[in-house]
Ligand binder design. Sequence first.
Ligand code: FES
Length: 171
Amino acid sequence: MKNKIMDMSTLDKRLLKELDDYINSLDGDKQEHLILVLHKAQELFGYLPQNLQLYVARKLNLSSARVNGVVTFYSFFNEEPVGKYRISVCMGTACFVKGADKVLERVQDLLKIQKDRISEDGLFTINDVRCIGACGLAPVLTVNDKVYGKVKPNDVDDIIRYYRGLENENS
Ligand code: FES
């Protein structure tokens, strides 16, 4: 039986063609461009599922373990689909002692999902992160590149309402 997770036939052929063209356009030793290729693959597909990682591994003649090692090492690569708005709650020490766990709990309750999951409408993903270097603002929450400091659990309602509002404006 075919392993569904590793079944490359489910990948969008048009996007694969674009990825192939990109790989072919790279000069020199293609294996040295692994990170660039993974960036391109993520840009095209939105994230890097296992079968796409395997595809990249075969294309670059690398082991799938090597490719997966790079994907899991760098936090900007995602193995799961991500929402348009990535909510990250800092769980570093300074944020934790100031109640980051309660903030995370509130985000999860409001969106009705656990961390590392995507909301049903595809808009939000939640994750926890280590110190982002803004300890003076603890507890800290980010939405994509925007940083919110001294966040209280109740503030989370307004933050999420704001991003939902943006969507309504755009629809
Ligand atoms: S511990 Fe959260 S920003 Fe440093």
